[in-house]
Write a protein that binds this ligand. Structure first.
Ligand SMILES: *Cc1c(COP(=O)(O)O)cnc(C)c1O
Length: 234
């Protein structure tokens, strides 16, 4: 057993306990292991311990890990999720190498991803990122724009709009954390009322996973609690 494997089991146990305490089915709370800044070896350890979904923020770093994992462990069912800011010139490689993108916040980027998704692959799963705390510098569509952008993304042929994603402003208090996540859940319900079959709420990180589970998260994005603290910022 490695440290990463121990951490992973502890996080999974925490998620289960928290889901049960919230009256939710633990199977409905997925875990995305955020491996940014950690080497392919760390991903491999987590994958060997049973983790399938991995989140990456930086394209070049991710492509390298995807390649190494393909070579070292082609038998492991690893699924890659892009969760970082997206520049237009990066959409082709993202469309070619990932199963999910959580950080779509512009119709133009969605259009490029759809157009560049190889037709032999299944549709690219998409979450629309929402600026749920309304911070000026944050990425994400404004809550009031989300439904209109979601309807446009849902109409694109090679994408499958799965839900909403948010990175709320950090706050220490459980009530503040829950408020932001609750706003995202309510927004998702409003968009579903427009007829879009959303099934994903990508919300909750190492510091606020309990609040996110209590408010209905279906995919936690957890880095630090699994891999340790990150030693370089990019
Ligand atoms: C880095 C990152 C995470 C993971 O954060 P931790 O605090 O390490 O769990 C989750 N989501 C996004 C978008 C990230 O960039």
């Amino acid at each position: 057993m490695s440290l990463i494997s121990d951490n992973l089991q502890a996080v999974l146990a925490d998620i289960r306990a928290c889901a049960v305490a919230a009256g939710r089915d633990p199977q409905q709370v997925g875990l995305l292991a955020v491996s940014k800044t950690f080497p392919a070896e760390a991903v491999l350890q987590a994958a060997r311990a049973g983790q399938q979904a991995f989140g990456e923020n930086y394209l070049q770093e991710a492509l390298e890990k995807i390649r190494v994992l393909q070579i070292l462990a082609p038998e492991l069912p690893v699924e890659w999720h892009f969760i970082g800011p997206i520049q237009s010139n990066k959409t082709r490689a993202i469309a070619e190498h990932f199963s999910w993108v959580h950080s779509v916040d512009r119709e133009k980027i969605a259009g490029r991803l759809s157009g560049q998704r190889p037709i032999e692959l299944p549709p690219l799963n998409i979450c629309l990122q929402v600026n749920i705390s309304g911070e000026a510098s944050k990425s994400g569509v404004l809550p009031e724009e989300a439904a209109a952008v979601a309807l446009k993304i849902a109409a694109l042929p090679h994408l499958r709009l799965r839900g909403l994603m948010a990175v709320p402003e950090p706050s220490a208090g459980m009530q503040e954390q829950r408020q932001a996540f609750r706003r995202l859940r309510e927004l998702s319900e409003q968009i579903r009322a427009h007829g879009l079959p959303l099934d994903t709420l990508s919300m909750g990180m190492s510091a606020d996973l309990h609040a996110a589970i209590a408010e209905g998260s279906t995919m936690l994005r957890i880095g630090t609690a699994i891999f340790g603290s990150r030693h370089y910022a990019k």
